[in-house]
Ligand binder design. Structure first.
Ligand code: SF4
Length: 1021
């Protein structure tokens, strides 16, 4: 075998084209038969790329399209084809394999009573973990006997999960043999042992390209293929030496190992990398120090690559930045399909990317399969089953009635009628309850009953799913098929025009998946499932099944996953979403065996996953003259940290070859608008739109909408909506008013709130209330201080309260994550704070303390009432006290000067002092104001003493140590100033002053009222 090293990017691709042209040139005249050449590639995409290349070359060199092209196979296609020739046991498909593991794990657990004996409740993903672990072991050539003997000699012997793994693996192999099946590892093993060179005898030439890593078994088969008399292996690298030198942590280590495993020694350099590529290849992931690398860098003028590193304020602005740069390049004449946009997590970025690129008018082709579970078709089917599972809960019924793919789609009046009926009757769900209520009340506009018939129809269709007891998988799948026919889904999806429409593709995959589950049921009739187990299994299968939407045209900017972008020459590359945890993806630690044991078995899942990501990062950075790397500083409401790989760019930054930019965000001025939605936003913030008439009159989609919106003036809001004699106020509402009077007006007076997505996930607001309730209950049950000795007990109490609180929520991924976050982060931070508090004289003395009435006299002599709820007050025996607010999000920080943004805490302190203490601990002097930073977003420690009396308390943990320490006089003055602010706010509300005057104009950018309130860029500046 000959190994040819080709550089990344255009030079390397041109070299591969040259080799293909050479193959073509061997036929001087027709017939042009090239099916004696075999190409082996890693992905279908590279397969298509080569297919197109052959046709292009044939057109160009032979002036014909009439050729029999070379045989191009993906690695897995080739293995399966060769295996079919062997005539061994049938290959088990992925779904059947997972079903088999479900059954084995459940049997093993219920038989031993391990893990509580309820696998469906306790460990829903255990079987998937066992399946993955067995796959890892078998593809590394480790059979059940070797696993058992290694485990027996290790410290893991006897551990429950290890015993489960060993037994499951043994049983799995036995069942496969009994049923006459083989898994992918068994197939490769058979191929490696019985490979017959005659299988490849029909090929004159074999070319392998794009494969940079192979498992132990794959490498064994590849080694036999590589023994073909004329086999060429293409390897992408700046030089042969860079592969040989690759150290333990270098991305090219994978390539080095592959070459060693398939017996490819030596190699020739097919084309030379330029100086810039050679420098970059040496600089990234180098063993040398950053300074040494920086010193060896060329000067900025001599460096021909354009590298950019951008952090945007959030994901939308990150994608908008990419879109604007892509658009600029297209305008400058760059061919769309020579631009690559890649994301490590395209599933998450895909929908936003499609929206923004469409707004910008950029032609694009998004590849990579989509999750079946996210398609509206699969969602519709699951919503039907959820309606049965949740006994006709309101949200599940609304989802069924509003789906365009289900039986009730043609009657659009049903969803609003059902929604109204449930609200009016105050029914949240329950089939019998709803049907009973319908007997007594009408549901339609004209006093007719429009709901009974469709709901009864639905109840009858779902009846078989509420039959008690478990059933075999085939029975469940038959019931589901009957339900699918009843729903009429096939007809509705088929009626959508376009052969490649996304719903049709999803439906085809859905049919295929259900059929495959049906076959798995026939294969393993011995396993029984309850309805919830089966539903969970179905959802899980939809989640890991992907479907492709074949493009009608693969032109346009290429939006691909990282690995899919191999084998092409790119003019520009954009890689987005480079955040820690996502790239490289943070994988969970192996739950079965410690890494050291896995290492001895040759299983290196985590390490290989990391090296593979590093390889893609390294490759992409070298693959184009212009490469832009981006990451968002915030995703949703969570701050992000950049991918650790980005620190590889440090020497380039030090050598001034790359200048990172941060806080990228789109401009809100009209002249910088790059899409119609941006233009609409910019115009909405202008006071005067003169000069823009011709733009608005242009015949372009969206402009007419902006024009009519401008003509519609908002109603005059000078008239007070509130009656001037309001005399009761909450501290929270005054804080809102001080932040921005107009925002207060929208929220508290006209009570407009953004529509929330219908979701079973806990919202940010719910999370706050839940956490507050758990921490309150904790101190109601926990007596005395928390000490280091009883911390474990305190943790258990918090865990049981959290279980009660979070256990009531739907079992969604996000809710589980919230629960875990509470246990792992919030509860631990809270316990740290309480253990430290236990060493002081302060103890919690008030919890969720409601102060119903506190009288304030305004400047005009009017007396008003203030009320509020204080999360907690800690006090010592002398009555010195600290007011505490629990926070799961951000909070204002302390300032050096007396004027503070912190408002509620000082007002609460004054109110607390004024309330008679009765039998409770007396509160005599406010000595501190603290936030509990439960999520760890602001402070290192949980109890962040934002303002405190430095004479009364020793140095306290504070995120702004200097600003938080105040003299007693200053602290008293801050309390007074806050009360003055409270009075001003009340006077403002009573006077109907709801101006757009935010305390912090920077917050306007993220405010939902931005378009309504009339505030402009100029105001912000
Ligand atoms: S955009 Fe600014 S001024 Fe307008 S309502 Fe929001 S915070 Fe207030």
């Amino acid at each position: 075998m000959q190994t040819r090293v080709a550089p990344y990017g255009t030079a390397g691709w041109n070299e591969k084209v040259r080799i293909v042209e050479k193959i073509f040139s061997k036929k001087a005249g027709p017939p042009f038969l090239y099916n004696d050449v075999l190409f082996i590639v890693p992905s279908s995409r590279l397969r298509r790329t080569y297919g197109r290349l052959f046709l292009d070359i044939a057109e160009r060199t032979q002036r014909t399209g009439a050729i029999v092209p070379p045989d191009i196979q993906t690695l897995s296609q080739l293995f399966q084809r060769l295996y079919r020739g062997l005539g061994g046991p049938a290959l088990i498909d992925e779904n059947s394999r997972l079903i088999l593991f479900e059954g084995i794990v459940k049997e093993l657990i219920t038989a031993t009573g391990g893990f509580g004996g309820q696998p469906d409740l306790l460990a829903p993903s255990l079987s998937t973990s066992v399946a993955s672990m067995v796959e890892e072991l078998s593809s590394s050539g480790v059979g059940p006997e070797r696993l058992a003997s290694t485990v027996a000699a290790s410290e893991s012997a006897g551990k429950r999960q290890v015993t489960l793994l060993v037994k499951a693996y043994e049983r799995y192999e036995r069942i496969l043999a009994d049923k006459g099946l083989v898994d992918p590892a068994g197939m490769l093993d058979a191929l490696a042992n019985r490979f017959d060179p005659a299988w490849l005898a029909g090929y004159r030439t074999v070319i392998i390209d794009g494969i940079h890593h192979a498992s132990e078994l794959q490498a064994r088969v590849l080694r036999t293929i590589a023994a073909h008399a004329d086999c060429t292996l293409f390897v992408d690298a700046a030089s042969l030496d860079s592969i040989h030198r690759a150290g333990e942590y270098h991305p090219l280590r994978l390539v080095k190992e592959l070459l060693a495993n398939i017996g490819a020694s030596g190699g020739v350099v097919s084309a030379s990398a330029d100086d810039d590529e050679r420098f970059l290849a040496d600089a990234l992931f180098s063993d040398r120090s950053f300074d040494q690398v920086a010193k060896s860098a060329p000067g900025p003028d001599a460096f021909g690559r354009d590298l950019r590193l951008i952090s945007a304020v959030n994901t939308r602005e990150e994608v908008s930045w990419i879109a604007s740069e892509v658009k600029r390049s297209l305008r400058n004449g760059t061919a769309p399909d020579s631009i690559l946009v890649a994301f490590p997590s395209l599933d998450e970025y895909g929908p936003l990317m499609e929206e923004v690129f469409s707004d910008f008018g950029i032609p694009f082709n998004r590849a990579l399969g989509r999750q079946l579970s996210s398609s509206p078709v699969a969602t519709a089917l699951i919503s039907l089953l959820t309606a049965s599972h949740e006994d006709f809960s309101g949200p599940s019924l609304l989802r069924v009635f509003s789906s365009p793919f289900l039986k009730f789609a043609q009657d659009r009046s049903l969803t609003p009628a059902l929604d109204r009926f449930l609200r009016e009757r105050r029914i949240t769900g329950g089939k019998d309850r709803i049907l009973y209520a319908l007997k007594r009340h009408t549901s339609g506009e004209e006093g007719t009953d429009v709901l009974t018939a469709p709901l009864s129809d639905l109840a009858a269709a779902l009846r078989s799913f509420s039959e008690p007891g478990p059933a075999a998988l085939t029975i469940w799948m038959e019931r589901l098929n009957t339900l699918t026919v009843w729903s009429g889904m096939a007809g509705r999806v088929g009626g959508i025009p376009g052969a490649f429409n996304i719903n049709l593709q999803a439906y085809r995959k859905l049919e295929e998946t259900l059929a495959s589950l049906g076959r798995a049921g026939i294969l393993f009739p011995e396993y029984q499932y309850s309805f919830s187990e089966w539903l969970f299994l179905l959802k899980k299968t939809f989640m890991h099944t992907r479907f492709q939407v074949p493009p009608e045209d693969e032109g346009g900017v290429q939006v691909l996953g990282m690995e899919e972008s191999m084998g092409r020459a790119w003019a520009e590359i954009y890689v987005g979403g480079l955040i820690d945890g996502k790239f490289p993806q943070r994988l969970p630690q192996n739950i079965f065996l410690p890494e050291a044991t896995l290492e001895t078995l040759g299983v290196r899942t985590l390490e290989n996953a990391r090296l593979n990501s590093a390889y893609q990062f390294y490759r992409l950075l070298l693959a184009a003259p212009r490469v832009s790397l981006t990451w968002p500083a915030v995703v949703g409401d969570k701050p992000m940290v950049q991918s650790p790989f980005l620190s590889e760019l440090t020497p380039l930054i030090r050598a001034k070859l790359l200048k990172p930019r941060s806080n990228e965000r789109f401009s809100l001025s009209v002249r910088d608008s790059r899409s119609v939605p941006e233009l609409a936003k910019a115009i909405s913030r202008m006071k005067d739109i003169r000069g823009l008439e011709s733009i608005l009159a242009a015949d372009q989609e969206g402009l007419a909408g902006i024009k009519s919106a401008l003509e519609l003036r908002p109603p005059d809001r000078s008239l007070p909506v509130v009656s001037p004699d309001q005399t009761e106020f909450s501290v929270t509402e005054l804080d809102n008013y001080l932040r921005c009077p107009y925002d207060y007006y929208v929220k508290h007076r006209i009570r407009i709130a953004p529509l929330e997505e219908v979701t079973e996930d806990i919202t940010a607001l719910d999370r706050g209330s839940k956490v507050h309730a758990i921490l309150k209950d904790f101190y109601e049950q926990w007596k005395g201080p928390v000490t280091a000795a009883d911390r474990e007990k305190a943790r258990e109490l918090l865990a049981s309260l959290a279980q009660a609180g979070y256990g009531r929520e739907a079992d969604t991924f996000r809710n589980r994550r919230e629960h875990a976050f509470f246990l792992n982060t919030m509860a631990e931070r809270f316990l740290d704070a309480e253990t430290a508090l236990g060493r002081t004289a302060f103890r919690p003395v008030r919890l969720e303390w409601k102060i119903e009435s506190f009288t304030l006299t305004l400047a005009d002599g009017t007396a008003v009432e203030l009320h509020g709820k204080i999360d907690r007050i800690d006090a010592d025996q002398d009555g010195n006290f600290v007011v505490i607010d629990y926070k799961t999000g951000t909070y204002p920080e302390a300032r050096e000067k007396l004027e503070q943004e912190i408002f509620q805490l000082p007002v609460y302190a004054v109110m607390a002092l004024a309330v008679p203490h009765g039998s409770g601990t007396p509160l005599r002097k406010a000595v501190g104001l603290a936030y509990y930073d439960l999520s760890g977003r602001t402070a290192d420690h949980c109890r962040d003493m934002v303002l405190y009396d430095k004479d009364a308390l020793p140095v306290q943990p504070a995120s702004k140590p200097n600003s938080s320490r105040k003299s007693p006089d200053d602290l008293a003055a801050i309390l007074d100033l806050s009360m003055a602010d409270a009075k001003n706010a009340i006077a403002g509300i009573r006077a109907g002053n709801f101006s757009s005057a935010p305390r912090d104009p920077k917050k306007c950018r993220f405010c939902v009222n931005e378009v309504l309130c009339g505030r402009t860029d100029e105001d912000e500046e």
